[in-house]
Design a protein around this ligand. Structure first.
Ligand code: NAD
Ligand code: TYD
Length: 354
């Protein structure tokens, strides 16, 4: 079995669903259930004995030690993190606690467990750390895309905390020989994406008749990857990645934010036209920019393709269509995540701007 952290969140829940679709190997899912964790994402696994959920913090050493001793996983996949840049600007402390201190405690637990393993169990154990392209900082329009050797230059409290965790993971390999792997992925989109991030926020705001808040000039570029492709990349790295190596994961799909928002509007115009016959694009509103906003991210995913044969299955056109359709078919999920906490966040972040 494998132990997966943070798998009540967006990418982790997609990962566990896909994993159990494709393998008989059981999963222990440890998630703190912060505002971003949602057991509804895992509702499809109800009654599946291969999935066991444990509410807990990756920084809780006693809990993690106990789970490792009891279940003897052959791998740990670490998704657990505070993940939203805007929240890290309003309040960085939780990011340091979970992404830095929490990852440190998880690594310590994993080290103790791994060092006590013997024979093939020790040889085959893996600690896979899921990270982001944001650790590399920002690119100008003409810069080459990030490779695995691009120097780290994080610009937000979020990316700095992820960079810090990546360094710890690297050090545990270098110092203790721990069998670690790290993936640095670009922006994901798809089902179960919490509507504080760009794509789901635009879908839910559009349908609610609200403004579509585009930061600054809307010309910041992100490299978008359908979440199921990120999950397949992680599975592949876990299976065949070289120990101690990092793998960049991306969709070869750079787009400015305004183009993303217009694409979402056009799909909604087609699939759920506005009652007044106008385009959802009428709701686009330019608002004050994010402080320290990174201008461009782009991933060079050559290494994972060349060494492990991974490439994305979806194009942006197919992935975004599936995503918009998913939100239209899952309005109850959207309503449930828009709880009191969510409304407070929207007021704090957009109250004065939108
Ligand atoms: P998310 O915010 O949707 O989910 C994070 C999950 O971690 C939540 O379920 C939350 O409850 C849980 N969690 C938070 N603190 C915890 C703690 N201390 N202990 C245990 N669980 C805790 O995030 P996501 O978008 O699914 O991202 C997952 C991982 O992938 C993160 O490490 C993130 O940095 C990385 N990543 C995300 C993207 C993206 O576009 N979303 C891209 C590249 C990398
Ligand atoms: P986001 O989804 O928060 O991901 P990240 O900051 O990790 O890349 O934002 C994606 C891009 O969209 C980023 O350039 C910020 C921008 N953005 C907006 O223009 N408006 C919004 O309301 C949000 C949430 C993001």
């Amino acid at each position: 079995m494998i132990l997966v952290t943070g798998a009540a969140g967006f990418i982790g829940s997609n990962f566990v669903i896909d994993w159990l679709d494709q393998s008989e190997e059981a999963v222990i899912n440890v998630d703190k259930l912060t505002y971003a964790g949602n057991l509804e994402n895992l509702a499809g696994l109800k009654g599946d004995a291969r999935h066991q959920f444990v509410q807990g913090d990756i920084g809780d050493r006693a809990l993690i030690d106990k789970l490792l001793a009891e279940h003897k996983p052959r791998a740990i996949v670490n998704f657990a993190a505070e993940s939203h840049v805007d929240r890290s600007i309003h309040g960085p402390e939780d990011f340091i606690q979970t992404n830095v201190v929490g990852t440190f405690h998880l690594l310590e637990a994993a080290r103790g467990y791994w060092q006590a393993l013997e024979g093939d169990d020790r040889k085959n154990f893996r600690f896979l750390h899921v990270s982001t392209d944001e650790v590399y900082g920002t690119l100008s329009p003409s810069d080459p895309a990030f490779t695995e050797t691009t120097p780290y230059a994080p610009n937000s409290p979020y990316s700095a905390s992820k960079a810090s965790s990546d360094h710890l993971v690297r050090a545990y390999h270098h110092t203790y020989g721990m069998p670690v792997l790290t993936t640095n992925c670009s922006n994901n989109y798809g089902p179960f994406h919490f509507p504080e991030k760009l794509i789901p926020l635009m879908i839910v705001n559009a349908l609610a008749g609200k403004n579509l808040p585009v930061y600054g000039d809307g010309m910041q570029v992100r490299d978008w990857l359908y979440v199921k492709d990120h999950c397949s990349a992680i599975r592949r790295v876990l299976e065949a990645g070289q120990l101690g190596e990092t793998y960049n994961v991306g969709g070869w799909n750079e787009k400015p934010n305004i183009e993303i928002v217009k694409t979402v509007c056009a799909l909604l115009d087609e699939l759920r036209p506005r009652a007044d016959g106008k385009s959802y694009a009428e709701q686009i509103t330019y608002v004050t920019d994010r402080p320290g906003h990174d201008r461009r991210y782009a991933i060079d995913a050559t290494k994972i393709h060349r060494e492990l044969g991974w490439k994305p299955a979806e194009t942006f056109d197919t992935g975004i269509r599936k995503t918009v359709a998913w939100y239209l078919e899952n309005e109850a999920w959207v309503q449930h995540v828009q709880s009191g906490d969510y409304r407070q966040w929207v007021d704090l972040q957009y109250g004065a701007k939108a």
